[in-house]
Design a protein around this ligand. Structure first.
Ligand code: PMP
Length: 390
């Protein structure tokens, strides 16, 4: 074989992706995360951020970050157990536990790592069983695969099918885990948590909810889908929340019982063997958590924008999906068409990304609109007008 045949293989894979309209590339922003941004040199009104409450660019959050950088420097310098765990990390863990009504919380550097860490700490091998919703986020899928446990995927939100699978494997495994997104990241609908909690209890399985898109946004106080569903730590013993979305910063946490967190500290490899997030990120997150708790108008404004968008989209006959959350996808089908609509919107100064396989199943490409409390009524009117024309 010629010396560069391995690169020829990469190039042909890239070409294949281009020909299938599945090629992806990054854009470069020269402005903060906010609706009106400068991206690739152009002013664009964006509807694809997870900054659901408009906190990523909040002056008090930025100030806390700057002050903590002055006090603690930039990098944490080590893993938590070595000497990377600083006062802001400790305060944030305590604040997250109190906010979610749980005994303890543990900070992870990203949500992806939190999911890998917890699932692999709890499941120790081939004899264990993990039940996962078919539309779970990639990080939960990877977590389950990496664990080596038997992976049983059930149809999206179908608790009847899950029940049959749990019964069929009754007594088979030392540890069973039910894994679900809280708000499904590409669909915007929510998991039937109360039912899942009941089934987990009946079958003595762990239930873990990844509430990346619900934390901060759902529930009266913003504690997420578990709060909105009227449940608690006994019902959902493992709660994962991310900080890079509604909280506007970065990182993630697991909240649960004292024993669970102590167990993770001893065994979760993606927590033990990685550098702690910068202390300034934790300090900024503490402030943004206070804003989440005290400024409920952000959630109310977001809810009214969601309503405005859905009412307008129905009038235009757009293919909305059944979602009441800030994630409002429109199903297009073909990747080529989704890309073409996204480009037409961009020509009108509006950025909505086309989500294509493998992020979503084949032939279900979509335009994923996400709304934020930082948007105005006029922003949503502009979006609807552009969608009508595109
Ligand atoms: N879970 C879900 C449902 C997500 O949407 C994401 C982020 N896209 C993650 C986990 C990963 O979180 P992070 O970006 O903090 O790694």
């Amino acid at each position: 074989m010629p010396a560069d045949s391995k690169f020829t293989k990469l190039r042909s894979e890239l070409d294949l992706r281009r020909s299938r309209h599945l090629y992806r590339s990054t854009r470069v922003a020269d402005s903060p995360q906010q609706p009106q941004r400068h991206i690739d040199g152009k002013p664009l009104l964006t509807f694809c951020s997870n900054d659901y409450l408009g906190l990523a660019n909040h002056p008090a959050v930025i100030r806390a970050f700057q002050q903590a950088a002055n006090t603690y420097g930039v990098g944490s310098g080590a893993a938590h157990l070595v000497n990377g765990h600083s006062r802001p990390h400790q305060q944030l863990e305590e604040a997250l536990a109190a906010f979610t009504g749980r005994e303890r919380a543990l900070l992870f550097s990203t949500g992806y790592m939190a999911n890998l860490g917890v699932v692999n700490a709890l499941l120790t091998g081939r004899n264990d069983l993990v039940y996962a919703d078919r539309l779970n986020h990639a990080s939960l899928v990877d977590a389950a695969l990496l664990s080596g446990a038997k992976l049983i995927r059930y149809p999206h939100n179908d608790t009847t099918s899950l029940g049959k699978r749990l019964l069929a494997h009754e007594g088979d495994a030392p540890t069973q885990l039910i894994l679900t997104d809280g708000v499904f990241s590409m669909d915007g609908d929510v998991a039937p948590l109360a039912k899942l909690a009941l089934m987990a209890q009946q079958h003595e399985a762990w239930l873990m909810v990844d509430d990346a898109h619900g934390f901060g946004v759902l529930g009266n106080t913003g504690a997420g889908l578990v709060e909105a569903a009227g449940l608690n730590q006994d019902d959902v013993p493992i709660l994962m929340g991310t900080l890079g979305k509604a909280l506007g910063t970065a990182g993630a946490f697991i909240a649960g019982s004292h024993d669970l967190i102590e167990y993770l500290i001893q065994t979760a490899r993606t927590w033990i063997y990685t550098t702690a997030q910068p202390p300034a990120v934790a300090a900024a997150t503490l402030v943004s958590l206070q804003l989440v708790a005290t400024e409920s108008w952000r959630r109310e404004h977001l809810r009214s924008l969601i309503q405005q968008f859905r009412t307008g989209a129905v009038q235009l006959g757009l293919p909305l999906m059944p979602s009441d959350t800030a994630i409002q996808p429109m199903l297009v089908g073909s990747s080529e068409q989704a890309l073409s609509i996204s480009r037409k919107l961009e020509a009108r100064g509006i950025l909505v990304t086309a989500i294509r396989p493998p992020t979503v199943p084949v032939e279900t490409a979509r335009l994923r609109v996400t709304l934020s409390a930082a948007h105005t009524v006029e922003d949503v009117e502009r979006l609807l007008d552009a969608l009508g024309k595109a």
